[in-house]
Design a protein around this ligand. Structure first.
Ligand code: PMP
Length: 354
């Protein structure tokens, strides 16, 4: 393998003069901020005294306090992280950094998270699809055959959405060791998994990008906070093109608060896994259920007779699940997020009467 980051970065991004925000041009302590055309008189929120801070100032564009706190928990360096407005923004930034529209391509492995393809399409980049095998593992031979000189990134989702399983570590290592482009491992559900994160492998593989999110185990989907972990060199490229203030002040503050409560998050993860096992057992007892796939996540992929009718029935009862029955390798499947005990009980009760 010969990984050369410089060959991967788009020429227009190399040449780009990045936006220099008023606040990024200043470091140190200051008392008077007359540099960013903010409202110097405050905001209506301040008078409501629901928060310590006011929001009339732009937030830290590089979110150092928050990154340092995450870095401590994840045992990595703040310089090797980029924060995005959800993982979704991170995916888009990767495309914009590395893929030339109408020329380059990426490889995705369906059935998988839909936004890789959407962002490929938005950026006018071909997404080559190499389906997972029937056991939902990577088809390494087909993957290798699909790589060409314009393949810039391979997206791997582990644990995978919507199948729920983790990809075999050895397969991922084969790709990391042999692919000259960037290997993105989306670990959105890693906190629910029995398998180890690839975070510890960052120093070993210059082509590795790991994505995580605060939307799942951390319970902060509404704040929109995703994290890219990668080499300082890759992060530098992404920093260059991200919108200057992509993580708002409220999100930075609330995420900092949340990080003080790791124990509570760990308890929620345990509860989720307990409920997942309960749900799995109950579902398996139903005659309409043909298969419940093993899960390393906070959801279950369930093969069910007349999936779409079941989906519609649930909808009439006010219960929304994800109908995946038209997705490749997921015929007759519903994807069901693990709910609270009460929610799971209601679901099972309705399904028992189908
Ligand atoms: N990756 C995967 C695998 C997901 O399932 C999701 C959300 N469903 C995301 C990324 C998006 O996460 P975020 O909320 O951080 O944009």
């Amino acid at each position: 393998m010969h990984f050369d980051l410089n060959n991967l970065i788009r020429q227009n991004i190399k040449d780009l003069q990045p936006y220099s925000s008023a606040r990024s041009e200043f470091s140190g302590e200051a008392r008077v901020f007359l540099d960013a055309n903010e409202n110097s008189f405050g905001s209506p929120i301040k008078n409501l005294s629901i928060t310590e801070t006011d929001y009339n100032r732009y937030p830290d564009p590089l979110q150092w306090d928050l990154k340092k706190k995450i870095a401590t928990i994840k045992n990595t360096d703040a310089e090797k992280m980029l924060l995005g407005n959800g993982s979704d923004e991170c995916i888009d930034l990767l495309f914009r950094a590395f893929c030339n529209p109408q020329k380059d391509n990426v490889i995705i492995c369906p059935p998988t998270y839909g936004m890789y393809k959407v962002y490929a399409n938005i950026n006018d980049v071909e997404a080559k699809e190499v389906n997972l095998l029937l056991n939902f593992q990577l088809d390494i031979k087909s993957l290798e055959a699909s790589i060409d000189e314009n393949t810039k990134m391979i997206f791997l989702c582990s644990p995978n959405n919507p199948t729920g399983n983790s990809l075999d570590r050895e397969d991922i290592e084969i790709i990391l060791n042999n692919f000259d482009g960037i290997v993105v491992i989306d670990e959105a559900y890693i906190n629910y998994s029995r398998h180890r994160s690839f975070l510890k492998e960052l120093n070993e593989y210059p082509n590795l990008v790991v994505m995580q999110t605060f939307s799942k185990a951390w319970g902060l989907a509404a704040l929109r906070l995703g994290v890219v972990f990668a080499s300082a060199e890759i992060i530098e490229v992404l920093n260059k093109i991200k919108p200057p203030y992509n993580i708002n002040q409220a999100t930075q503050e609330l995420a900092m608060l949340a990080l003080d409560h790791l124990q509570q998050v760990n308890e929620m993860i345990k509860t989720t896994i307990r409920e997942r096992e309960f749900l799995e057992n109950k579902l398996k007892q139903l005659s309409i259920v043909e298969k419940v796939y093993p899960s390393d996540t906070n959801f279950l992929l369930v093969k069910i007779k007349e999936a779409t009718s079941v989906y519609n029935l649930l909808k009439t009862k006010g219960i929304i699940v994800r109908n995946r029955s038209n997705v490749v390798l997921c015929d007759d499947c519903l994807r069901i997020t693990v709910g609270t005990k009460e929610e799971n009980d209601v679901l099972i009760q309705i399904l028992q009467n189908f």
